[in-house]
Design a protein around this ligand. Structure first.
Ligand SMILES: [Zn+2]
Length: 349
């Protein structure tokens, strides 16, 4: 299984202190929760956050993760930290740093004019993508979203991706605040781009759409209805774990709520789309606690199917639900220590 859009930096968000202001909209959620969390990250916290997220993915039968990362005060080397944590766990990755102009020095701008110049923060993020890709890391060029980036930044990201022979991994029209994304990206997007969410996308763009039903419901941004476009569609979690069978079951009922004529076969196709980013995933096998796991019509109506054994590149890495190459208790202990440090910091913001 592949998670086509994850945020491993958010694994320690669970149980974080409630924001001082109760978010009342998608933009307010970003301002009061996620943009406070990402600035509070340092590289040590990030390592254990990524390790925990990767460990939980592997034990759910997900052996490959396409991650989108942001840590505005710990940019340099952050992709190596995630790569190291995931390699220690044994999960394949495709990494990117989500560049943004929303930080102008220490001032946060919730929206950025397309005509403004590229900020130093975005330039540093771009260099981190470039450094990681040039050092041989598997990844894409990350962009947060059009509405927090200038045209210059979008163009620089697009050029870097082209020169590195990869695509751009970008949030597209997740909320109504980014409804201009279609117009901004129309002449920029390419077939190898990952267009994440596309809930309010108003036109066809080149690229693969990543549908994140659980996250979209949690943020009340609306139903993406990815079938209205002819793009390939993949499934992601947007940082809420990486249990892809669970996400597929949810994607199915959300699809049926919208259109009762639909079949789970559609969603099971989405589940496999992102395998094209990991040709080596053919060497991975997962066995499940259910003998009809190859039948979408069975799995869609069978909650609680567990991952039993996982082989990665021929090696048994999960046996009877437990990892063989690392100690899950130790990962949880270290992650919990890092979470305590992070939550203390967040309580002061
Ligand atoms: Zn996301």
């Amino acid at each position: 299984m592949v998670c086509a859009h994850h945020h491993l930096y958010s694994s320690l968000a669970r149980g974080m202190p409630a924001p001082a202001v109760t978010p009342h909209s998608f933009l307010s959620l970003l301002e009061n929760v996620w943009w406070k969390l990402d600035v509070a990250l340092d590289l040590d916290t990030l390592y254990w956050s990524a390790a925990l997220g990767a460990a939980e993915a592997l034990c759910s039968g997900t052996t490959a993760i396409i991650d989108h990362h942001e840590s505005p005060l710990a940019i340099d080397g952050s992709l190596d930290v995630i790569a190291d944590a995931c390699s220690m766990i044994g999960v394949k990755t495709n990494l990117s740093y989500g560049i943004t102009d929303r930080w102008d020095g220490t001032t946060l701008h919730s929206k950025v004019s397309p005509l403004s110049p590229m900020t130093d923060g975005a330039a540093r993020g771009l260099r981190e993508n470039e450094r990681f890709l040039q050092s041989g890391g598997r990844g894409m060029v990350g962009v947060h979203a059009s509405f927090t980036c200038s045209d210059e930044t979008l163009d620089r990201a697009s050029s870097l991706a082209e020169s590195m022979n990869t695509g751009v991994h970008i949030h597209v029209a997740e909320g109504i605040d980014d409804k201009e994304a279609g117009a901004r990206l129309q002449n920029r997007a390419k077939d190898n781009w990952l267009l994440v969410h596309a809930v309010h996308l108003d036109r066809q763009l080149a690229g693969t759409i990543v549908h994140n039903p659980r996250s979209n419901m949690n943020n009340a941004v609306g139903y993406a209805n990815p079938l209205r476009f002819s793009n390939d569609v993949a499934l992601g979690t947007d940082g809420i774990g990486a249990d892809m069978l669970e996400e597929a079951r949810l994607a199915y009922v959300r699809l049926r709520e919208f259109d009762v004529m639909q079949s789970p076969d559609t969603v099971w196709e989405w589940l496999h789309t992102a395998e094209k980013f990991f040709p080596d995933i053919v060497n991975d096998t997962v066995t499940w606690s259910y003998d009809k796991v190859d039948s979408p019509w069975h799995v869609a109506f069978t909650p609680g199917i567990r991952c039993v054994d996982v082989h990665v590149d021929g090696q048994l890495v999960v046996k009877n639900g437990s990892p063989t190459q690392f100690d899950m208790t130790e990962i949880r202990t270290k992650a919990s220590e890092a979470a305590a440090k992070l939550h203390k910091k967040l309580a002061l913001t």
